[in-house]
Design a protein around this ligand. Structure first.
Ligand SMILES: Nc1ncnc2c1ncn2[C@@H]1O[C@H](COP(=O)(O)OP(=O)(O)OP(=O)(O)O)[C@@H](O)[C@H]1O
Ligand SMILES: [Mg+2]
Length: 221
């Protein structure tokens, strides 16, 4: 279960603090899926960063399965991000010099050597996203849609409780975007994870599930 309780976020600005989020309250049940839409600058990426343990809220509380990541020390916070959250960004964030499989295995590197069962899971995930014959390709040898599929497989390697995707299909044509989104939803459902997707695309939002709109730092009712 994910709970956000009256989250606010202020950033320092030249003319005093900039109020980006203004009391966001939200719950997502286990396995729940949510699309967040809203105009540019409305705070969508900021909200995902707060949920994902990347940026503490100014006020309010986030809990995932009852755990407040910001209540713990830096080591525990890093472990929270690594083990419980899977991230998919607009720009794939793959390592250029690493094969598709090595990129998928990156989340497992935090705990040292990658156990053999995770290598097998990584290959299986690449097969599931239709890249069985691209496992040893470098990111530069993949299409944009293929790179995002690798990013989706990487996000799911450790079966995180929550997958956060920030405009994951923003740079893809509409057909490729639909395919990538469908795969993401499918794999998230298989691993029993929750999913929060930020998107500007109505068709993608519809595929994800419930839609909430952020405007002026607040979720519309
Ligand atoms: N680190 C930061 N320091 C100061 N201001 C920030 C910071 N990050 C974001 N902001 C400001 O917070 C507001 C919300 O930014 P955010 O990136 O969350 O918007 P968004 O809804 O994701 O927009 P987009 O759809 O364009 O990606 C913007 O006005 C932005 O300038
Ligand atoms: Mg954004």
């Amino acid at each position: 279960m994910l709970h956000l309780d009256r989250i606010t976020k202020d950033y320092p600005g030249a003319d005093g603090p900039v109020h980006v989020l203004d009391g966001v309250t939200l719950s997502l049940p286990p396995g729940g899926r949510l699309a967040i839409m809203g105009p540019s600058g409305s705070g969508k990426s900021t909200l995902l960063s707060i949920v994902g343990g990347l940026e503490p809220p100014t006020e309010g509380r986030v809990t995932l399965d009852g755990v407040d990541p910001y209540a713990a020390d830096a080591t525990a916070l890093a472990a929270f991000r690594n083990r419980r959250i899977g991230f998919v960004f607009q720009d794939h964030h793959l390592l250029d010099g690493c094969t598709a499989l090595d990129n998928v295995l990156v989340p497992a590197l935090a705990s040292g050597r990658v156990p053999i069962d995770l290598v097998a899971r990584g290959s299986r995930l690449l097969e599931r996203v239709g890249l069985a014959d691209r496992i040893t390709h470098l990111p530069g040898e993949l299409s944009g849609g293929e790179r995002q599929r690798v990013a989706v497989a990487r996000a799911l390697l450790l079966s995180p409780r929550l997958v956060l995707a920030d405009e994951p299909t923003g740079q893809l044509d509409s057909r490729t975007a639909g395919d990538v989104a469908a795969l993401m939803v499918e794999l998230v459902a298989e691993s029993g994870s929750m999913l929060v997707v930020v998107t500007h695309d109505d068709a993608i939002a519809d595929r994800v599930g419930d839609i909430r709109r952020l405007r002026d730092g607040r979720l519309e009712p």
